[in-house]
Design a protein around this ligand. Structure first.
Ligand SMILES: Nc1ncnc2c1ncn2[C@@H]1O[C@H](COP(=O)(O)OP(=O)(O)O)[C@@H](O)[C@H]1O
Ligand SMILES: [Mg+2]
Length: 372
C-alpha cells in the first residue's frame, strides 16, 4: 500500500524574511493521495509544488504536522528508506556512465545481485524502448531519450511511489506531448502511485487522475480534470485551468419572478439557482469560458451582447476574438473562440451569444464560486 497522507503539514525554511521570521512556504497542508493513483500538483511558479514533493521524498524536513507513506509516519525516515524514486527536470544522469550503468548504478550501491540488476535494467530498457542505446553515454542521446533513461533509473528500483518534478520542461513541445502519453502509459503498466509536479495546466489536465491546484502553499481544489474545468471552486482555479482563460465580467443579480437574472453588458441571463437568493441586488462576477460565447446566427440563445472586435486571431480551426467589456474585474481582454468559418475580422462590430447553461457565478469579495 502506498497511499500518501499529509496531516496539517507545515514547511518553514530556516532562512528569515525582513522581519526576521522563518519563511513559511506551506502553512497547513492536508491531502490524501490514494494507492496507485496518478496525482498532479499544479500551480504557478513558487507556490510550493517542489517543496511538497521533496517532503514526500525526504529531501526536505517536515517542520510540523504528520506525513505518512502507507501506514508509516515518515517525518523522520531517511529518503533511502522510503521506497520512493524521484525523477527531476534536469535528468541528473551521470555523464561518464553508459545508459546501462546509469540505470544499474543505484542497484549496485544497494548490493543487488548482478543477475537481478541485469534483469531489471533490460526490462526497463525494453519498456522505454532504450535497448539500442544501452552502451551510449548521455551526451550521445536526444533530450527525450535522456529523460527516458532518468525514468528507467527510477523504474529499476520498483518503488512504491514515483515522484516526478517537471520532468518534461526541458523538452520541445512535440516531444513533450509524446512523453506525456508515454508516462501515462508507464503509470498504467507499473500500477504504482505517481505524484507529478508541473506548472503547466495542459500537462496536469491530460495526465492526472486527480489534480491538486496550489497557490501560495495552499491547496485550492483537489478534483478530477473534468470537475476542475466544469466546477472550479473559485476564480483562481477557474482562471488557472483552461486556455485561453475564463472571461470574468461584473454583473448584478436581480430577481426575476420566481428565479433570478444576471445582468451585465446590457443582457439578462436567466438563472434558477437557489444559491443566488442571498445576492439579489448585489454585484457578482460572471465567468464564461471562451468556447461558451458564440457568433450570432450559429447558435440559439436568448442572451447576447454587442462587441467591437479589438483583434481577431486566426488559429486555423477557430478564431480567437478579443474584445473589451465595461465591467472588467480582472482588467484582462476578453476572448471568444469562434469557428473560423464565421469570418470575423479585427474592427468588426458583432453580437456574441451566451450559452446560458454554462455560466459560472463568483462572489466578488471572496472570489468563491456561488454556482455553475
Ligand atoms: N531552501 C529554501 N530556502 C528558502 N526559501 C525557499 C527554499 N526553497 C524554496 N523556497 C521558497 O519556497 C517557495 C516555494 O518554492 P517551490 O516549492 O520550489 O515552488 P514551485 O516548485 O511551486 O515553483 C518559493 O517562494 C521559494 O522561493
Ligand atoms: Mg518547482
Amino acid at each position: 500500500m502506498a497511499n500518501i497522507t499529509f496531516k496539517h503539514v507545515v514547511k518553514a525554511y530556516d532562512s528569515r524574511d525582513k522581519k526576521g521570521e522563518k519563511i513559511v512556504v506551506v502553512p497547513d497542508l492536508n491531502l490524501e493521495i490514494y494507492d496507485k493513483e496518478f496525482v498532479v500538483l499544479v500551480g504557478p511558479s513558487g507556490c510550493g509544488k517542489s517543496t511538497t514533493l521533496r517532503m514526500i521524498a525526504g529531501l526536505e524536513d517536515v517542520s510540523g504536522g504528520e506525513l505518512y507513506i502507507g501506514d508509516r509516519l515518515v517525518n523522520d525516515v531517511e529518503p533511502k528508506d522510503r521506497d520512493i524514486a524521484m525523477v527531476f527536470q534536469s535528468y541528473a544522469l551521470y555523464p561518464h556512465m553508459t545508459v546501462y550503468k546509469n540505470m544499474a548504478f543505484g542497484l549496485e550501491l544497494r548490493k543487488t545481485p548482478k543477475e537481478e540488476i541485469e534483469k531489471r535494467v533490460l526490462e526497463a530498457a525494453r519498456i522505454l524502448e532504450l535497448e539500442p542505446y544501452l552502451k551510449r553515454k548521455p551526451k550521445e542521446l536526444s533530450g527525450g531519450q535522456r529523460q527516458r533513461v532518468a525514468l528507467g533509473r527510477a523504474m529499476v528500483r520498483n518503488p512504491a511511489v514515483f515522484l516526478l518534478d517537471e520532468p518534461l520542461s526541458n523538452l520541445d513541445a512535440k516531444l513533450r506531448t509524446e512523453m506525456r502519453s508515454q508516462i501515462a502509459a508507464l503509470h498504467k503498466r507499473l500500477q504504482t502511485t505517481f505524484v507529478y509536479v508541473t506548472h503547466d495546466q495542459t500537462e496536469a489536465m491530460t495526465m492526472g487522475d486527480r489534480i491538486v491546484v496550489m497557490k501560495d502553499g495552499n491547496i485550492h481544489q483537489v478534483d478530477t480534470p473534468q470537475n476542475l474545468y466544469n466546477q472550479p471552486c473559485n476564480m483562481f482555479v477557474a482562471s488557472f485551468i483552461g486556455s485561453p482563460q475564463m472571461n470574468f465580467i461584473d454583473a448584478k443579480v436581480e430577481k426575476d419572478g420566481d428565479a433570478y437574472a444576471l445582468c451585465f453588458e446590457g443582457c439578462r441571463v436567466p438563472s434558477n439557482k437557489a444559491e443566488l437568493a442571498d445576492y439579489v441586488g448585489k454585484e457578482v462576477v460572471v465567468g464564461i469560458r471562451p468556447e461558451d460565447l458564440h457568433a450570432e446566427g450559429s447558435f440559439n440563445s436568448s442572451c447576447g451582447f454587442p462587441i467591437h472586435v479589438e483583434m481577431a486571431e486566426m488559429m486555423g480551426s477557430e478564431i480567437y476574438v478579443y474584445f473589451n467589456v465595461n465591467g472588467n474585474p480582472d482588467g484582462k481582454k476578453k476572448i471568444a473562440r469562434i469557428p473560423s468559418r464565421e469570418n470575423i475580422h479585427s474592427d468588426d462590430d458583432v453580437r456574441l451569444l451566451i450559452d446560458v447553461n454554462r455560466v459560472h457565478v463568483f462572489d466578488k469579495e471572496t472570489q468563491a464560486a456561488i454556482c455553475h
